[in-house]
Structure formats: structure tokens, C-alpha cells
Ligand binder design. Structure first.
Ligand code: PLP
Length: 372
């Protein structure tokens, strides 16, 4: 047997995530591993928490990093907040809303799904009607940026409607955090989770998460024990909660957290508003290029995620061969469609460090060459 060290090819990551990891982050992750209860590590975690609070625009004490990808962040919200028999309204306009429904049911809850067209934002009217029809609903859950279709929903309005009906809110901000305006405190989101590998441009595998006091009081006052030991926030808090007496819960992914610290520091240095503006500017550049090739977007302009562009595949063009030529000849990765949109759209991501003018120009020119 002859196996060499793995040496990945150079790529430009312009799919639905992971995005290109900033060299500063790769360098941070290569630093020496120290103990996860080392005082210096604990100091780094305190900074990490402050940086995550900034990114989420929240003062929530319960802001932490889940040791697992965005899917574990999602599951952490549902297992902690949904008890058997609880009714949860789930707005679904793509793949990730479907996963929320799965989570509710696996927690023993009853999911009431409000379906919206794939490629459109969640319709606030649909949520309102579902809440009126289900006055016993306890939680409303929705995805801010539905990465499977490129649609961005109006979370501020959805949260306001849910609260008017006495519902707690769970928001998926995996693809929106750092790329599009997200204001957890101002919009009064109760529980929110994200991911490290989209607009934060960190390596995959971590999920920033934040719960407000209202959500935490539900966690503390549950009638039943949380079925997951690993994700039980009452236990995780012993590690992430107060830094005086941090106790072992699980071994933190030390070097991965160095990477996220650097990623959030880069975002803080750039400034959230500037990062949002950069994502929006590059979206407009890409849009001009895509339209000049005669291609079109599936999402109406005002409902688009700036950094996840869902483009219709023209009649007679072979989806897989275009993507593989982009990858093999130009080193550019773009995403395929999922579920009912498979074979119908390409998903071009401009997230985090990938959101650069150079990449827009490369991608549009490579597409032009491949399509001609
Ligand atoms: C990517 C993504 C997830 C899942 O994140 P993983 O890190 O792949 O587990 C969840 N929700 C949305 C909207 C996403 O884009």
C-alpha cells in the first residue's frame, strides 16, 4: 500500500458552501494545540463569544459555538426547545425548512408546515393564517436565507407576527450571518444558529448559536429531560457559561475554534455593514455578467440572497458537464440544484472571502467559454 499525504487541488469555491477559507484562518488553525481548559484557551473563548455577539448583533449571554456543523446548530435549537406534544409552525420554502420539520417530529413535536413556492421568500400572510388556525402553537421556525433556492425571507416581519401570537421563534441564519443584514436583538429573534463555512469563510464544522432569555427559560423549565446528552444546553452551559468555573463537558475542537476566532475577527475588522455592502456589490456585478450571457435568476430581484445566486440552466444545456468543465478547466466550483430544482438551476455562491470582484469576473468568463 502506498498512500501519500493528502494535497488538495487549488479551487475557487463558488458553491453553496464551503466558501474559500481566508489564508489568515488557515494559518490560525495550524497553530499549536493547547488544552481546552488552559487559561489562555479560555481567554480565547471569551473573545470568541464577544465576536459572535457582534456578528449576531446581540447581547445574549447564551451565545456560544456548537461543536458541529450548521445541522448540529439546528438540532440543538429543536432538541432544547421542543418537548413531546409541542406544536411548531414550520415555514418551508426549500430543503432546509424540510429539515426543520424532520427535527420537530424527531423531538416528538407536531409540525404544522406552511409551504411556500421554492424560489420565493416565506409569505408572512401564510404564517399569520397558520398561527390563527393553530392558537396552541408554541414555536414558529423559518430559514432566513434558503440556500437551496436563493430566496431571502423578511425575518423581522416573521418574528413580529409570531410574537403577536405568543410564539417563540427559531431562525436558521446559516447562510445569512455575515453576508446579509441580521439583527438578532433588534428583530427580537429568540433562538438562532449559523455555520462557519458560508459567509464567515471558516472551515466547516462549527455552528455559532444564540438564545435569548425567553428561550433559555423554556430550556430551564422543561417538563421532560432533553433526549440528547451532547446537545443539552443545561450541560453545555457548564463549559460555555461562566468562565470562572468552566468544567469539562466534551473536548472542544481547539484548532477549529482558533479558526473561527480569526474568521470573526476578520469580520469585526471589516465591519458588518461593510461586509453586507461587499456581498451586495458583488451580487450586482455577477448579476450584470450573468444577464449579459442571456441567463436569468429564478428568484425575484427583491427576494434574492445576494451571495447565493440561483440561475436557470438554459434549455438543452447539460448541467453536470458544465459544472465539471468549470471545475476541471477553471478550478471553479459552483453548486447544483437540490430536490425539485435538481438539473434546473446552478447555485453560484459569493460568500465571505469568495465574494471578490476577481471571482465574479473569473466565473462569468469561464461560464461564457463553457456555454459557447
Ligand atoms: C448549509 C446549511 C445548513 C446546514 O449546515 P451544515 O454545516 O451543512 O450542517 C443549514 N441551513 C442552511 C440554510 C444552510 O445553508
Amino acid at each position: 500500500m502506498k498512500i501519500d499525504s493528502f494535497d488538495p487541488p487549488m479551487r475557487i469555491l463558488m458553491g453553496p458552501g464551503p466558501s474559500d477559507v481566508h489564508p489568515r484562518i488557515l494559518e490560525a488553525m495550524a497553530r499549536p494545540t493547547i488544552g481546552h481548559l488552559d487559561p489562555e484557551f479560555i481567554r480565547m473563548m471569551e473573545e470568541l463569544k464577544q465576536l459572535a455577539q457582534y456578528a449576531f448583533q446581540t447581547r445574549n449571554e447564551m451565545t456560544m459555538i456548537v461543536s458541529g456543523p450548521g445541522s448540529v446548530g439546528m438540532e440543538t435549537c429543536f432538541v432544547n426547545l421542543v418537548e413531546p406534544g409541542d406544536k411548531v409552525i414550520v415555514c418551508q420554502n426549500g430543503v432546509f425548512g424540510g429539515r426543520m420539520k424532520e427535527n420537530v417530529e424527531r423531538c416528538g413535536g407536531v409540525a404544522v408546515v406552511v409551504e411556500d413556492e421554492w424560489g420565493r421568500a416565506v409569505d408572512p400572510g401564510g404564517l399569520e393564517r397558520a398561527l390563527e388556525a393553530n392558537p396552541d402553537a408554541k414555536i414558529a421556525a423559518f430559514v432566513h436565507a434558503e440556500t437551496s433556492t436563493g430566496a431571502l425571507s423578511d425575518v423581522e416581519t416573521l418574528v413580529r407576527i409570531a410574537h403577536a401570537h405568543g410564539c417563540l421563534t427559531i431562525v436558521d441564519a446559516v447562510t445569512s450571518l455575515g453576508g446579509a443584514p441580521l439583527k438578532v436583538d433588534e428583530w427580537e429573534i429568540d433562538a438562532v444558529y449559523s455555520g462557519s463555512q458560508k459567509c464567515l469563510s471558516c472551515a466547516p464544522g462549527l455552528s455559532p448559536l444564540s438564545f435569548n432569555e425567553r428561550a433559555m427559560s423554556i430550556v430551564r423549565n422543561r417538563k421532560t429531560r432533553i433526549q440528547s446528552w451532547f446537545m443539552d444546553l443545561n450541560l453545555v452551559l457548564g463549559y460555555w457559561g461562566s468562565h470562572e468555573k468552566r468544567a469539562y463537558h466534551h473536548t472542544a475542537p481547539v484548532n477549529a475554534l482558533y479558526g473561527l476566532h480569526e474568521a470573526l475577527l476578520i469580520l469585526w475588522e471589516e465591519g458588518l455593514e461593510n461586509a453586507w455592502a461587499r456581498h451586495s456589490d458583488n451580487h450586482h456585478r455577477l448579476r450584470n455578467g450573468i444577464e449579459s450571457l442571456g441567463l436569468s435568476f429564478i428568484v425575484p430581484e427583491r427576494e434574492r440572497i445576494p451571495h447565493l445566486n440561483a440561475v436557470s440552466i438554459p434549455e438543452g444545456v447539460d448541467d453536470a458537464s458544465v459544472r465539471s468543465r468549470l471545475l476541471n478547466e477553471f478550478g471553479i466550483e459552483i453548486g447544483a440544484g437540490l430536490g425539485p430544482l435538481a438539473g434546473k438551476i446552478w447555485r453560484i455562491g459569493l460568500m465571505g472571502y469568495s465574494s471578490r470582484t476577481r471571482n465574479v469576473v473569473c466565473c462569468v468568463n469561464a461560464l461564457k467559454e463553457v456555454l459557447s
